[in-house]
Design a protein around this ligand. Structure first.
Ligand SMILES: C[S@@+](CC[C@H](N)C(=O)[O-])C[C@H]1O[C@@H](n2cnc3c(N)ncnc32)[C@H](O)[C@@H]1O
Length: 255
């Protein structure tokens, strides 16, 4: 495996810099997987409490994840790989002041962007932490909901990521993961390609792969809702075409 967390950090530091300058934030591979409605690398509108519209770059695979996650007032929400902070700030608005939204990201440039965004929106129930979701800097049993948008496919140790989500969730808490889902096993040459990994393709599991890893961490009630079937087609060097879906995977920590 030539991929490393340093390569991913560098890639997302560049992506947020480009997005801030108004350029497309997608790698060519990610652009190919972009679905028509739920987009990777779109710009989403956030309405601040005073109704001021702020355009936030989004690198997710599903739009409006905070709403889809069924976040309730008073919830503690943790956003794995919160990036520029679109879902994070939307989640904070849904939890209200009696709850909070905590974002974790390993790229300092993303942390800076999300921190400024929350400040600009006057959301004081947002916390943004620099950290690796394979070793989450939070206590056990503190979250009602863990969300993540196009992040888990980027991680190298998915088993640990799901175990970390399980650890920080309260009993009965929910995991809501929007992700890229491979329609079939991907070849090693594609899995080892840096650009394809950073573009959210090479590290994607199949639906069975995600289900198995989530179940192994202790979750129950696992379901996968495919939002966009064959959202992307990767024409690979081996002459074959690999199909990628995007969807939302939900699961619950037992009571
Ligand atoms: C595809 S972007 C998605 C960002 C955000 N969720 C969104 O929808 O705009 C993936 C984000 O995950 C972060 N990331 C990747 N691997 C990570 C890890 N192991 N720990 C923490 N953050 C990670 C990257 O820095 C990047 O900001």
């Amino acid at each position: 495996m030539t991929n490393s967390k340093e390569v991913i950090k560098e890639s997302y530091a560049k992506a947020i810099e480009k997005a801030t300058q108004g350029e497309s934030c997608c790698s060519p591979v990610a652009a190919e997987t972009e679905s028509k409605d739920d987009s990777c690398c779109s710009t989403e509108l956030s309405l601040a409490p005073k109704k001021k519209e702020i355009k936030v770059p989004s690198f997710g695979s599903s739009s409006n994840l905070a709403k889809k996650a069924g976040i309730r007032e008073g919830d503690v929400v943790v956003d794995f790989g919160s990036g520029p902070g679109h879902d994070l700030t939307e989640a904070a608005k849904l939890t209200g002041k009696t709850g909070k939204a905590i974002g974790i990201d390993m790229t300092p440039e993303m942390i800076e962007y999300a921190t400024n965004l929350a400040e600009e929106m006057s959301l004081d129930n947002v916390e943004v932490k620099l950290g690796d979701i394979e070793n989450v800097p939070l206590e056990d049993n503190i979250a009602d909901v863990v969300i993540s948008n196009c992040l888990i496919n980027l991680t190298f140790d998915k088993k640990t990521v799901f175990e970390e989500a399980f650890r920080i969730l309260k009993p009965g808490g929910r995991l809501v993961d929007a992700d890229i889902i491979a329609e079939q096993e991907l070849p090693e040459s594609l899995k080892n390609d840096n650009e394809a990994w950073c573009g959210c393709v090479a590290g994607a599991l199949t639906a069975e792969g995600y289900t198995e890893a989530i179940k192994a961490a202790g979750f129950v009630d696992i379901s996968i809702d495919i939002e966009s079937k064959q959202a992307g087609r990767i024409k690979w060097k081996d002459g074959k075409e690999y199909l990628m879906n995007s969807g939302i995977i939900t699961a619950r920590k037992p009571n």
